[in-house]
Each structure stands twice: as structure tokens, then as C-alpha cells.
Design a protein around this ligand. Structure first.
Ligand SMILES: Nc1ncnc2c1ncn2[C@@H]1O[C@H](COP(=O)(O)OP(=O)(O)OP(=O)(O)O)[C@@H](O)[C@H]1O
Ligand SMILES: [Mg+2]
Length: 157
């Protein structure tokens, strides 16, 4: 299943992501794809808001992962600086993915062989300085429901 949403500002992307965050569940994994500056961290910020995270969500570029507490834990990864799959094991990635929170990853496509479990995939394409095309993809039931809920609530778009 695939669903496309166009946004016209950072705030709008954040809103869409916040809406999505509301229906994410423990153990959910979201992979964000898109070029540098596409809006992955903006999207992550929205997901965090939707999960009820009160603190400001910054890019985990140097820390690799920031853990936040919302209605369930929110683990925000940025794998841009990671060089090997081995480092994923050192990070304890397995436990986060299997865990009780939502894991969201920027730059997971660097490790295509590692993330084979069902996920919600979000691709952000830059159309202009302020316009983005968000493509949400899922092939497993629970994630399809998340997309369906978002699509149903998104009549204003
Ligand atoms: N419609 C939009 N949606 C999201 N961001 C937008 C939009 N229009 C403009 N922007 C701008 O694009 C930038 C997105 O930056 P962001 O840090 O989220 O990108 P990123 O994909 O996380 O990059 P990186 O790969 O470096 O982590 C911000 O400066 C934001 O203001
Ligand atoms: Mg980022």
C-alpha cells in the first residue's frame, strides 16, 4: 500500500507526521528516506509530537540516537555517520526494534540488508524550496492501518 501527501511548509510536514505519530504502536519501526535537508528530522519532530514527547527534538547526527519519553518511548536514530553493520549491533539496535517504543531511523537505507522486518517507509522528495512529496509505504497489516488512518483524517489535504 502506498499513500502520497504533498506539503508546502515545514509546519505542514510536522503536522502530517504528528498525525501519523498518534497511531503508531509499541515496536513500530519507521524508516525515513530522502536527501540531505529533505525534511527527515522535521518529520521526526512531528512524530515525536504525535507521540506526546514534550521536549524539543533535535537531530541525533552526533549522538546517533536520542531517546524521548512520550505516551510510549520514542527512539530517534540518524545513521548518517555510521560506517558498518557491526556498529548497529554495538548500538543495541536489535533491542530497540523489538522494544516497547517507536523506532524512527534516518539514513537506514545505508544498511539495506539489515532492516528486513516489516516497517513503515516514508520517502521525502524535494520538489522546491518549500514543497515536499511524502510517499508512505507499508506491506504489513498494522502499518497499513496507520496509513489508512492518516489518509482518512487527511481530507483537508
Ligand atoms: N515542506 C517542507 N517540509 C519539511 N521541511 C521543509 C519544507 N519546506 C522547507 N523545509 C526545510 O527543509 C529543511 C529540512 O531539514 P531537516 O533537517 O529536517 O532535513 P533532513 O532530511 O533531516 O536532513 P539530514 O539528511 O541532514 O538529516 C529545514 O530547513 C526546513 O525548514
Ligand atoms: Mg536529519
Amino acid at each position: 500500500m502506498e499513500h502520497v501527501i504533498y506539503t508546502h511548509s515545514e509546519e505542514e510536514t510536522e503536522q502530517v507526521a504528528a498525525e501519523l505519530g498518534k497511531s503508531l504502536f509499541p515496536g513500530a519501526v519507521v524508516l525515513l528516506q530522502g536527501d540531505l535537508g529533505a525534511g527527515k528530522t522535521v518529520f521526526a519532530r512531528g512524530v515525536g509530537q504525535g507521540l506526546g514527547v514534550a521536549t524539543h527534538i533535535q537531530s541525533p547526527t552526533f549522538t546517533l540516537m536520542n531517546a524521548h519519553q512520550g505516551r510510549i518511548p520514542f527512539y530517534h536514530f540518524d545513521l548518517y555517520r555510521l560506517e558498518s553493520e557491526e556498529e548497529l549491533f554495538e548500538l543495541g539496535m536489535e533491542e530497540y526494534l523489538d522494544g516497547d517504543g517507536v523506532s524512527l531511523l534516518e539514513w537506514a537505507e545505508k544498511f539495506p540488508e539489515y532492516f528486513t522486518l516489516p516497517v513503515l517507509q516514508v520517502t521525502i522528495e524535494v520538489l522546491s524550496a518549500t514543497k515536499r512529496r511524502l510517499v508512505l509505504r507499508a506491506e504489513a497489516g498494522p502499518y497499513e492501518q496507520v496509513i489508512t488512518a492518516l489518509a482518512a483524517g487527511g481530507t483537508k489535504r
